[in-house]
Design a protein around this ligand. Structure first.
Ligand code: ZN
Length: 425
């Protein structure tokens, strides 16, 4: 069976070109003009992109499937145009043995609509100082290591973990957080904490641990990746480290560039995430970091929760917001269409080839003959309101509901198969 996506604007190798894309079975057969297939999809006025890559999602499965499960999480990814995701290991049980990892990988393959890569934990239960057998985890299918949700508190533990990760050629993706400085904070120290009288989170909780880890990464030679960097100082430290030749990469989450602590309207749990929304100065530094290559990629930190867990005061509510279904459209609308901070090519690169390259994910993030037909088609001409009832995720915890955006996903293909189509349930 061959399908041709005709008349679209195709993102390929950093450029946008007018072309048709011919799919044959699971693979891309050709990209060019005047291509014919048994089935034709008209993509006039639309963007045809490699399926987006998100190296940071939380699927809560097993353990908390009332929040999300592998199926709904991957449906949300597909609706957002993502075809490859990296799932964090903070599930119950944590996949910290070969057996549990193998099971996790099997479940991801069986239930997932998109390619789900599985993180293993840096330490056994993400809060202990016991380092699991990384060689075994890698053999069982772990693609990288992370304790996301928790910082590694002991420098000695992180040092050993980095040595072992280096030996096994595994990336450590760190949620940089010193708990003693975080001190049970809720919102960023400054304007919001004062206005809402909520416990402040100092940026030092993030930046001191980044500084520590960069020195450990320099010593060990590990590939150290920082999850959701959110502070100006964090960006400056990474810039300095890269200039010194330290093997560091980092990601930014859409909400940290779309919003600041000044945008928190009231004590509203949909604005509670960790790291918290930072200041305008931090936001500006993140954008500069993205433009000069200090920040390598965008990752959503898709963190679904049940409604009851995101009600009442921010004091009691869970940290985190969903991201899969709103990332492309919100970023495109604000930064490409309205404010022209990025070109569409730059934005797509941060969501496709950059994450695939940083994490060494083969056959993701690019459109080329012979590659997997992982493709997303976006409608950038029509405006659409973000509505709760449209979410495929079980979580509706996002502050972006009600926004009018461009860039809705029209279709998503994984291995040549349609996994999402606009207007279908
Ligand atoms: Zn995190």
């Amino acid at each position: 069976m061959t399908t041709v996506i005709k008349n679209g604007t195709v993102y390929q190798n950093g450029h946008l070109i007018k072309a048709d894309v011919l799919i044959d079975g699971q693979k891309i057969k050709a990209i060019g003009t005047d291509l014919e297939g048994e089935e034709t999809i008209d993509a006039s006025g639309m963007i045809v992109s490699p399926g987006l890559v998100d190296v940071h999602v939380h699927y809560r499965d097993p353990g908390q499937t009332y929040k999300e499960d592998i199926k709904t999480g991957s449906q949300a990814a597909a609706r957002g145009g993502f075809t490859t995701v990296g799932a964090m290991p903070n599930v119950t049980p944590v996949p910290n043995t070969a057996e549990l990892m193998e099971k996790m990988v099997r479940e991801n393959q069986k239930k997932g609509l998109v390619h789900i890569l599985q993180y293993g934990p840096v330490t056994k239960d993400e809060t202990t100082d016991i380092i699991p057998d990384y060689a075994e985890l890698k053999k069982a299918g772990a693609f990288a290591l992370s304790n996301d949700g928790h910082g590694v508190q002991s420098a000695q533990t992180m040092y050993l973990a980095m040595q072992k990760a280096k030996e096994n050629n595994l990336i450590i993706a760190a949620h940089a957080q010193d708990d003693s400085l975080f001190n049970k904070g809720i919102v960023n120290e400054g304007i919001a904490a004062e206005k809402l009288d909520l416990p402040p989170v100092t940026e030092l909780a993030e930046t001191t641990q980044i500084a520590r880890d960069l020195l450990l990464a320099q010593k060990t030679g590990v590939h150290y990746h920082i999850c959701h960097v959110s502070t100006k100082t964090g960006v400056e430290l990474v810039r300095l480290a890269k200039a010194r030749g330290i093997k560091v990469t980092c990601e930014v989450a859409p909400h940290h560039i779309l919003l600041t602590d000044s945008d928190i309207p009231e004590d509203d749990p949909y604005f509670k995430m960790n790291p918290p929304l930072r200041s305008k100065e931090d936001q500006a530094a993140l954008l500069v970091g993205m433009l000069d290559g200090t920040i390598d990629l965008i990752a959503t930190d898709h963190a679904p929760h049940a409604k009851a867990e995101k009600q009442g005061s921010m004091r009691e509510a869970a940290f985190g917001i969903t991201g899969s279904e709103t990332a492309f459209s919100t970023l495109y609308t604000k930064f490409v269409k309205e404010e022209k901070v990025f070109t569409l090519e730059q934005l797509l690169s941060l969501l496709t080839d950059k994450p695939a390259t940083v994490f060494g994910i083969k056959s993701a993030g690019l459109l080329a003959p012979g590659e997997n037909a992982d493709i997303a088609i976006f409608d950038i001409e029509h405006q659409k309101e973000i509505k709760e009832e449209d979410f495929k995720s079980k979580g509706v915890n996002t502050p972006f509901t009600g926004q009018k955006v461009y860039g809705e996903t029209v279709m998503t293909f994984v291995d040549g198969k349609v996994v999402y189509q606009r207007g279908t349930k």
